[in-house]
Design a protein around this ligand. Structure first.
Ligand code: 0RQ
Length: 496
């Protein structure tokens, strides 16, 4: 413990998770560390749920995080009915069901926005921040673990801080972080980050030691991610994208090292990134929010030379290998606050290739990444909007059908729009790739249908488009039929 708590004053603050949970009262807003299941505060929220369930006490909190946290914590808190409002992202079945049943509120927010909204008082103030750390320095600063997420802004603004010192997270994580606070509008300078591997901040989060109300020692590991391995279809999608990049290199529009890559979460995004293993691309750089398995595979294969993100989220097998041996990657990784990993200024300056996932795309290029059948929340927009709008190339990937072909992921009209046609440069399915750059809506529709739609649905989409064109318009539609495919699925269980 002395190795990890280097400022002796903090030793007196060590208490149990149960005792720390008593600091959380009804109506409070709680900010938890954690981004895509990694580096999340784990034991105090679970102790809170346990306490409330046993005592029958009436308690509801607002829960703010970086992004998703471990299934266990979000699932337990949701099931116990402890959450009034959650933001900015979640990825848990029980919580999703509560949100869709209207039993808890959820704000689906661009992940770079939360810090700015808190700083400006647009959201309720954070009463308690619960932050996972690996160490406290001699001068009382904290070292985060496998993610930074929103921890630095929570620490700066919260009235009280509870630290979860996780001894299962290796001390080797120290030195991987780069914490930069842009400050308040009016006093801000340009963010001086001009290359992926550049440090602009401190390796620790600065805190006011007087705000630390408790230190809880834990050894609970991160939940690992449940990424499905690449399958035949995702490999084909990766192939389309690699072929496109090779063409761009040949045309002289991109160098062989391409441009820094961002990739969203999920099995499809991970599999597509995996596809670079088979490409001729070298000296790749990653400027993303999450580092999934594929990035470490690409580093091991010598394809990726540097990766910057705000969290590391791995499968159980990869986590067991990478996290204890994190020293091996020390010179090739940086973890930043999500406000910086997802900052529009930097995304545009570095000129990123951003690969994110769609639930459905419409024929004109609008993308729905969040809502099934227009109404039911899946996970959230996450960082996909931060990246897509400001990207050099905004790429969206999805299989052309879902639910055994009963749903077409290419539809006449997106049932919810997260990414407008203006933010979408490429759509990729296992059927092919639609390059929408420089195309007007009437050109786009034909390319999306012909290149990306599944043969089961292609003719029906062309019929829709041709009938709409007869009616006219810049972006032709038959409004009375635009959502008929979704309505049919809801009525019959199939869009066919
Ligand atoms: O359902 O879980 O019941 O089998 O969606 O789909 O094909 O396994 O793909 O794991 O990559 O997830 C968009 C949801 C894709 C995810 C989404 C159903 C499908 C399946 C999962 P089952 P797959 P993935 C980074 C940036 C958020 C935005 C983002 C996501 C389940 O990647 O949430 O990128 N992205 N954020 O059956 C109905 C359709 C469907 C559909 C797929 N058209 N209609 N259901 N599914 N298409 C993240 C952060 O910022 C933290």
């Amino acid at each position: 413990i002395e190795q990890r708590i280097r400022n002796k004053a903090f030793l007196d603050k060590i208490i149990s998770s149960e005792a720390a949970s008593l600091l959380i009262k009804d109506g409070m807003t709680v900010g938890l560390s954690g981004f895509t299941r990694s580096g999340d505060a784990k034991v105090v929220p679970l102790a809170l749920a346990d306490r409330v369930q046993k005592s029958g006490e009436k308690l509801k909190i607002n829960l703010f995080t970086g992004a998703s946290i471990g299934d266990e914590v979000d699932g337990v808190l949701a099931e116990a009915g402890l959450i009034h409002k959650r933001l900015p992202f979640q990825n848990e079945r029980k919580m999703r069901n509560k949100i869709n049943a209207g039993e808890m509120l959820f704000i689906d927010q661009h992940l770079s926005h939360t810090a700015e909204q808190l700083r400006n008082g647009f959201l309720p103030p954070v009463d308690v921040a619960i932050l996972e750390i690996v160490a406290i320095t001699e001068d009382g600063q904290i070292i985060p673990s496998t993610s930074v997420g929103n921890s630095s802004i929570f620490a700066a603004l919260a009235s009280q801080i509870i630290l979860e010192l996780n001894v299962a997270q290796p001390l080797g994580l120290e030195g991987l972080h780069d914490i930069y606070e842009p400050g308040m509008r009016g006093q801000r300078q340009p963010i001086a980050l001009t290359s992926v591997d550049q440090r602009i901040g401190t390796p620790y989060i600065k805190i006011d030691p007087d705000k630390v109300a408790a230190v809880v020692v834990t050894e609970k590991s991160d939940s690992t991610s449940a990424i499905k391995a690449p399958d035949e279809e995702t490999e084909v999608m990766a192939g389309h994208l690699i072929e496109f990049f090779e063409h761009e290199v040949k045309k002289g529009r991109l160098p062989r090292s391409l441009a820094p890559l961002q990739s969203g979460i999920g099995s499809v995004a991970n599999a597509v990134l995996h596809g670079f293993l088979k490409s001729d691309c070298t000296d790749l750089e990653v400027y993303s929010e999450v580092l999934q398995d594929a990035v470490f595979d690409l580093m091991d294969a010598g394809k990726v030379k540097f990766a910057s993100a705000c969290s590391i989220t791995l499968s159980p097998e990869r986590a067991a290998d990478v996290i204890p041996n994190i020293d091996k990657y020390r010179d090739r990784i940086l973890l930043r606050p999500q406000e910086i990993s997802n900052h529009p200024e930097i995304i545009r300056r570095l000129g990123l290739i951003c690969i994110n996932t769609a639930i459905e795309c419409d024929i004109y290029g609008n993308v729905n990444s969040t809502h099934v059948m227009g109404s039911n929340m899946m996970n959230g927009i996450g960082g996909s909007g931060d990246f897509a709008r400001n990207a050099l190339l905004g790429v969206f990937v999805t299989k052309s059908t879902a639910k055994d072909g009963k749903i077409s992921s290419i539809v006449p009209f997106a049932s919810h729009v997260d990414h407008t046609e203006h933010d979408v440069d490429l759509i990729v399915t296992e059927q092919g790739l639609a390059d929408l750059r420089g195309l007007a809506p009437r050109e786009r529709a034909k390319v999306v249908i012909n290149n990306c739609a599944h043969p089961l649905y292609k003719d029906a989409l062309l019929d829709y488009y041709n009938s709409a064109v007869k009616r006219g318009g810049h972006t032709p539609h038959l409004l009375e039929e635009a959502l008929a495919w979704h309505a049919k699925y809801l009525q019959t269980g199939s869009m066919k």
